[in-house]
Write a new protein. Structure first.
Length: 504
């Protein structure tokens, strides 16, 4: 018994003496935030880490329910749908397209979670950078990028979920992690303020490292925000500040892996297919139909079956939306005959081969100069300015389209032309659903397409004898927002079940 007491006392002495070194000391492989955000190299590394979730946000997953932003931006619209896969292990994302998704689906959670990861990392940078002993130029650059990324993430959140938690400081305790939903108008005011500051302190494109946002990206985001809010004059003012960019002569080449960050690119998500880096994209495999051997597609290696394929497939409505002679159709949409498919369409603009399945080297375009020109045209047209048509024709009648300029158009006609031009110019770039929502046409357009699908499911790639489930493709105002992910309601004490968006 004495020996046991002695052992307990000895251990108490040892742990007491080593408390500072053992119980409170961080592992040697960990750097605390208080020690890290000191040098320009620290902020450079933190900035790279802030961008990293964009790859998951826009699409790198091959598993069920974890595909990218295109599931909402395109498949939820009338641009794309899915090819029904008899492998029902990948059925979860169908629910997003069918408007019967719920708060437990991973497709909407991936967007929400990665947005807040970016916000959290941006907040860490912003909390430390003003006091850091670094050059003014570096401070402005990293601060501007953090403001941009935080605003970009909140802009996506508020469009998709409405009221969301507005977190602007890194949490210092568990209690700080419970944040209630904040009115969307307050979120908008914060992100407008942040982007305006970012636009003034970020460097010009020519002075920024390739792959990182610059002044032009900030003004583009600011203009986009004002456009969604129908603040037309403010949108025009911001967008006219975007300079140093030009349209690429060949539309197809905009998206070539060999032509990343080209003269038209304002902001694109960076992927790299080096096997050791773990930063490859793979959405090209998802956009092809499910094939027993993807090697039938030029540039893809033999022997790989993409069982998770058949997503983001162009709809008959989108194919019909291209004017006769529009060169962008062939650059954007391909048709494949293989296995049981005959001339099935796929997103050709992102299918450029692969060295090692299922990894590809495609970047994802977020903002291009063509969109800026069309946003300027829209902002001017809504103000009744005659030169709106000139900006529209800069895109529509560019030699790369093969189309002629529109000579004249009234305000209502030009409004429709701009929306049509956005649809084909920006096809598959996650713009269509948000255009339908912000113009108030989502319910009408999607219910009309839904009726087409229900009337003839085989035209929309359902196998013979297979019909959509009961309740699919019936769109109401409640479907204009996504549900707050159920897992977030469970872990965030600031949000209760009664705070969930209506309909979920």
């Amino acid at each position: 018994m004495k020996s046991k007491i002695f052992a307990i006392v000895l251990l108490s002495v040892i742990f007491s003496a080593c408390e500072d070194d053992f119980l409170t000391k961080l592992p040697e492989t960990v750097v605390s935030s208080g020690d890290f955000y000191k040098t320009e190299e620290d902020f450079q590394q933190a900035t790279v880490g802030m961008y990293q979730p964009l790859r998951e946000f826009f699409g790198t997953g091959l598993g069920n329910d974890d595909f990218g932003a295109w599931t909402i931006g395109e498949m939820r619209s009338d641009n794309t749908c899915f090819i029904y896969n008899t492998n029902r292990g990948f059925a979860g994302l169908e629910l997003i397209d069918q408007f019967i998704n719920d708060a437990n689906g991973g497709g909407t959670a991936v967007k929400y979670i990665n947005a807040y990861i970016m916000i959290g990392r941006a907040n860490q940078i912003l909390a430390a950078i003003d006091e850091a002993d670094i050059s003014d130029a570096a401070r402005d650059n990293y601060k501007g990028q953090a403001l941009f990324i935080r605003s970009f993430a909140y802009f996506d959140l508020v469009q998709n979920y409405g009221d969301v938690p507005l977190v602007l400081d890194p949490p210092t305790s568990y209690e700080d992690t419970g944040s209630p939903r904040v009115a969307s108008e307050d979120v908008y005011q914060q992100i407008i303020s942040d982007v305006e500051l970012a636009a003034t302190i970020l460097p010009e494109r020519a002075d920024q490292e390739v792959g990182f946002v610059s002044k032009g990206a900030a003004y583009t985001l600011l203009g986009n925000i004002h456009l969604v809010r129908e603040e037309w004059a403010a949108a025009e003012t911001a967008l006219l500040q975007v300079s140093g960019y030009s349209l690429v002569d060949d539309y197809a080449s905009i998206f070539f892996p060999s032509n990343k960050n080209n003269s038209e690119s304002i902001f694109e998500v960076q992927y790299w297919d080096d096997q050791a880096a773990g930063t490859a994209s793979n959405f090209a495999y998802q956009f092809l139909p499910s094939l027993s051997n993807t090697g039938v597609v030029p540039g893809f290696p033999n022997g790989y079956a993409n069982g998770a394929g058949g997503w983001n497939t162009p709809t008959p409505e989108l194919i019909a939306a291209y004017e006769a002679g529009d060169l962008r159709l062939d650059a954007s949409i391909g048709f494949l005959t293989a296995d049981s498919y005959v001339d099935v369409p796929y997103v050709k603009k992102f299918v450029h081969g692969s060295n090692l399945a299922p990894n590809t080297n495609n970047n994802w375009p977020v903002y291009r100069y063509a969109e800026v020109l069309l946003m300027i045209a829209e902002a001017k047209n809504e103000q009744g300015k005659a030169d709106a048509l000139n900006y529209y024709n800069m895109v529509h009648a560019h030699p790369r389209t093969g189309l002629s300029a529109v000579g004249s158009a009234g305000q209502a006609q030009l409004r429709d032309l701009i929306m049509q031009e956005r649809r084909v110019e920006l096809a598959f770039e996650n713009k269509r659903w948000y255009d339908l929502v912000r113009t108030g046409s989502a319910i009408e357009v999607m219910n009309a397409q839904g009726q087409n699908i229900l009337n003839n499911p085989q035209t929309y790639y359902y196998p013979a004898g297979v019909n959509p489930p009961t309740g699919a493709y019936q769109v109401t105002s409640e479907d204009l927002l996504l549900p707050i992910p159920q897992r977030e309601i469970r872990v965030n004490p600031g949000i209760s079940q009664s705070d969930q968006n209506p309909g979920y």
